[in-house]
Ligand binder design. Structure first.
Ligand code: ATP
Length: 247
């Protein structure tokens, strides 16, 4: 049993380096169950490196990652997925030559214990209901989808892995404005359904709108944190990330 008040995900004093490049300098943050937490900041601030360390794609140099209080620091990526830490990386994560259906079947099988076949089918059909365009094209190669549709497929795959926590790295990157809105609507939709999300975004305005709590990362350090509505009203955030306008 997890003690009351234990965050779903906690990062303690995380340091990440690439050789001599020290990208993350002692980040600590928490994500409570059912919350959307966003990490905003300029290019190169260390946002992707933080997500990669949580997802097991990078070994942190120092620090801890705790999932419901259990130390999962440095687990390889496939073990992290089995534990329910699911990353949608920047640039999506689809298997371009496989059909849309095959992409979804593989995702549904990724979680341990593997759900029974009938349950997997039901869950895949639920994603087709959420994203009708995927259902209509289920036999086509995933690579034939447009950028926005590929992002929908990446989301559907991630949701089929039954995430305890979903790590989203710049999901709106490179999408046309209408699709950007669709991506943020989707984050709100899964939030309402009870998902827990750690969202990295360059689009600070929308990220602050859809999240409960926010951390601002600059040069590998957290420089501001608090409820997203408060940060959206903070003059420092407005000047640096919201184009100086009053939100
Ligand atoms: P972006 O929005 O551009 O992805 P970010 O906030 O996600 O920025 P990171 O990608 O985590 O930042 O990068 C943090 C720092 O680590 C930067 O100085 C970057 O140049 C460096 N870095 C990232 N990946 C590597 C790598 N593979 N090898 C060397 N340095 C890297």
């Amino acid at each position: 049993m997890t003690a009351p008040g234990t965050p779903l995900l906690e990062i303690r004093d995380l340091h990440v380096s690439y050789g001599h490049v020290h990208a993350v300098h002692g980040i600590s943050l928490r994500v409570d169950a059912g919350k959307v937490v966003t990490l905003i900041g300029p290019n190169g601030a260390g946002k992707t490196s933080t997500l990669a360390a949580v997802a097991g794609l990078l070994q942190p140099q120092r620090g801890q990652v705790l999932l419901e209080g259990r130390d999962v620091t440095g687990l390889p990526a496939h073990r992290a997925v089995e534990q329910g830490i699911v990353l949608v990386p920047e640039g999506r994560s689809i298997l371009a030559r496989m059909s849309i259906e095959e992409n979804l079947v593989l995702a549904a099988e990724a979680r341990k214990p593997r759900p029974p076949a009938a349950e997997q089918r039901r869950r895949i059909d639920a994603q087709y209901a959420r994203f009708p365009v995927l259902g209509e094209r289920r036999k086509l190669p995933a690579g034939s989808l447009s950028g926005g549709e590929q992002q929908m497929l990446a989301f559907a795959r991630a949701l089929l892995m039954s995430p305890r926590i979903l790590l989203l790295d710049e999901p709106s990157m490179g999408l046309a404005p209408l699709l950007v809105r669709r991506v943020f609507d989707l984050v709100e939709e899964i939030h309402r359904e009870g998902a827990t999300v750690l969202l990295v975004e360059q689009n600070a305005r929308l990220a602050l709108q859809v999240s409960d709590t926010a951390y601002v990362l600059e040069r590998g350090r957290i420089v501001l944190e608090g409820p997203s509505s408060e940060l959206a009203a903070d003059p420092r955030v407005q000047a640096a990330y919201l184009g100086g306008e009053v939100a």
